[in-house]
Design a protein around this ligand. Sequence first.
Ligand code: 9WN
Length: 427
Amino acid sequence: MTPQQQDQLRSAAQATLRANDRGGYAVPSPRLYPFQWNWDAAVNAVGWQTFDEPRAWQEIETLLTGQWANGLLPSIVFHRPADSYFPGPQEWGCDHLTPPTTSISQPPLLATMVRRMRDHSRDPQVDQRLRTIVPKIVDWHRWWYRDRDPEQTGLVVTYHPWETGSDNSPAWDEPLARVPATPRSYQRRDTGVVDGSMRPHKAEYDRFVYLLDFFRDCRFDPRRIYDECPLRIVDFALNAILLRANLDLAHLCEALGLHSDAAQLRDWHQRGAAAIATLWSPTLRRHVSLDTRSGKPLPSRTHAGFLAWYAHVFTGESGPQRQLDLLAELDEFLGATRHALASTHPTDPGYDPRRYWRGAVWPHINWLVAEGLAEHGHAAQAQRLRDDTLALVQAGGLFEYFAPDTGEGLGGPDFSWTAAITLILLQ
Ligand code: 9WN
């Protein structure tokens, strides 16, 4: 890409974030997702910081206004009403809250993004802001371990594919099939905004809706949901992101003198890294997720395993060999499609290159995987992912995701975290 093309792309990405700004938060894509999403906000903040640091911190402070008293940081904060999205706060049974939210969370990227923002900050007062922000993130991590790991296994469970952020990944097909379909009628909005061939099937939505009704009917009682929810998964990607975030949050706590919180976070990382090692499959050459209802691993061939580098869990004697195995698996992903990284490998029976998490390339996952690779000295693979991501965006536009075969931009247009990743990669 020429310097002039880079400037053009940077301007387009900045303009997209500005256009999606609703006053303190950016919507992911104007009509498709008209609220503030949790892990999107974390990535968007890092994007904002490349050209407007005060606005970057505001993205995070606005997200934290949705935090529950028990520490949960919800997947969506419905700051203002909008009718182009289903399900809204009434469906979740959370419309009485100020601001209204969902009752589930999303992958906890926030601490890692905040640490990065502190490292890149030009604000001499940055630690003043962090004295308010960091304890709230610690409360959120405490919520994960208290409510989502009551048996203290070291790994947290999730009850909804929306909480994993990779909603219709083939990895969830089998456990989701055991969830009853909702008996009630409802009206989807997403397929009125983007082509239905790029979105989850109705059979999946029927179960997504059953689950959110179930949480509401349980009055969000964590013990009852842990005991009775028909879907209960240890998602490798979510746990990898949480483990990495524990390390970054410990670092932030130490910088602020919060030493007992830091010790707790390092302990969670250590115990989690030991527990996650049991999810390694030598035959599949990667970690897999676990269905804790059936006790079975979920072996779908997805990109999730490549987050192991980012999580810093290759500890102990097995670490070097496992890294070699995972590099071999990565080579197969890189060679399988024209554009990397397909979210599902083409040989997987669930592969569908256009349908969302069943094959499409996601820029923010490419970036996270590249960060982890670079941190472990695998510079060439990291650069390949960064180059592919920028090439996709330049040719296909600032879309939500991209077809790994043709490079076509798919899903929502004018997408905030695609813009943010573009700005980060062009830095
Ligand atoms: C449900 C906003 C979000 C992302 C998720 C992505 C998609 C929502 C949806 O959009 O999920 O949370 O309605 O499909 O799967 O990762 O955070 O961009």
